[in-house]
Every structure is written in C-alpha cells, then in structure tokens.
Design a binder for this molecule. Structure first.
Ligand code: FES
Ligand code: FES
Length: 166
C-alpha cells in the first residue's frame, strides 16, 4: 500500500517499501537536491532533514517510520522559519542560508545541507545561541574543509537577523 508523506508542506504518495531510507525517497522519488548522501551511516550529517522540527539522519531512517511526521528539507527551511516566527510572507531563503552567503562560510559546500538544517533547528529552539551552544549543537556535522568557525559566525549573524538586530 502506498505511503503518504508530507514534505515541505506538500503531501506525496510514495510507492517505495516502508523500509526504504528516507533519503532515497527524497532524492529519487521526490527529486529534491538538498539532502545529500555522504557516509550513509548517520555519521556526517549531509543527509539531515527535520522531522516535526527535529533533525534526523535520513540515510538511515526508514521512510515508514516518519510517514506521520512533517518533513522539512533544505528547500523548506525558509517556510519552516516563517511559520515559526509568524511571518506573513515566506522569504526565498532562511536567515541562515543568507548568512552563510554573507559570511562566505563554505568552501566545497558538501556539508551545506546538514549545517544549514541543523543550524535552523538550533535557531528555532534557541534564537540567540552562545558559541558553546553552537559548537555543542553542530558537533555531529562534519566539514571536510574545516569551515566550522565561519559556520558559527553565520549562525550568529542569522540569530541577529531573527532577533531583528540587523
Ligand atoms: S549520509 Fe547520512 S549522516 Fe552521512
Ligand atoms: S565546505 Fe567542504 S565539506 Fe564543508
């Protein structure tokens, strides 16, 4: 029986078996480009998405386990933030996506999806995180280019935007 799953505010009917990793459904069935395959072992974070607002590793998450949850991918983060803050208009980018551009935070960009999804999760629960809180939250996300300090700066810049300080 097809699964019904809600992704970025839209409902999809999925014919994949319920034990199929969510990442494969997002990329192969839905055609999303945000979540990426990295390690495939829940170790790097490149496949991260939000399930009911909490980060999960979609490479190891059976799609059947999250079929009743609201899935938000990189493509839906601006909507996620706008709903959270009660904005009437959904901007093109989440404040953290804009901050990553403004800080020129990335090099190759492979970690972009996971860093942004996790950072958005952090900012939704803690709009003004300290350096220590940022480091703690982002600890499970690997950047092979070593951009951690600039990602942290981008999260602080996004926090200032969300707090109306810029
Ligand atoms: S690909 Fe999922 S955590 Fe690395
Ligand atoms: S910018 Fe290259 S992996 Fe993070």
């Amino acid at each position: 029986m097809p699964l019904s799953i809600r992704i970025n505010g839209k409902r999809y009917r999925i014919s994949a078996p319920s034990d199929t990793p969510l990442l494969y459904v997002l990329t192969n069935d839905i055609g999303l480009k945000g979540p990426r395959f990295g390690c495939g072992m829940a170790q790097c974070g490149s496949c991260s998405v939000l399930a009911d607002g909490k980060e999960i590793r979609s490479c190891v998450m059976p799609v059947g386990s999250v079929a009743r949850m609201e899935i938000t991918t990189l493509e839906g983060l601006a909507r996620f933030d706008a709903r959270k803050r009660g904005l009437t208009k959904v901007p093109d980018l989440h404040p953290l996506q804009q901050a990553i551009i403004d800080e020129q935070a990335l090099q190759c960009g492979y970690c972009y999806n996971g860093m942004t999804v996790k950072g958005a999760e952090l900012l939704a629960s803690n709009p003004n995180p300290s350096e220590a809180e940022i480091r703690d939250a982002m600890a499970g996300h690997i950047c092979r280019c070593g951009t951690y300090q600039r990602i942290s700066a981008a999260i602080k810049r996004a926090a200032a935007t969300i707090g109306g300080k810029t």
